[in-house]
Design a protein. Structure first.
Length: 69
């Protein structure tokens, strides 16, 4: 996932991925360009959509980074 890439490359995004991908936070919220969003192989599941509803600045192309493959 995008979160795995950030962790594995030791990138420092303060507070990103607080729940370590267990769909219990929305700190991994990312806003994607429409063309990128449309190309993602997996769509958001109900649990991701529920958590996205709590994300600050939600957009039509928002996803949770821990769910992007
Ligand atoms: Fe918490 Fe993605 S890291 S929902």
């Amino acid at each position: 996932t995008l979160l795995d890439m950030i962790i594995n490359n030791e990138l420092d995004f303060d507070g990103f991925g607080a729940c370590e991908g267990t769909l219990a936070c929305s700190t991994c919220h990312v806003v994607l360009k429409k063309d990128v969003f449309d190309k993602l192989p997996n769509k958001a599941c109900d649990e991701e959509l529920d958590m996205l509803d709590l994300a600050y600045g939600l957009t039509d192309t928002s996803r949770l980074g821990c769910q992007i493959e």
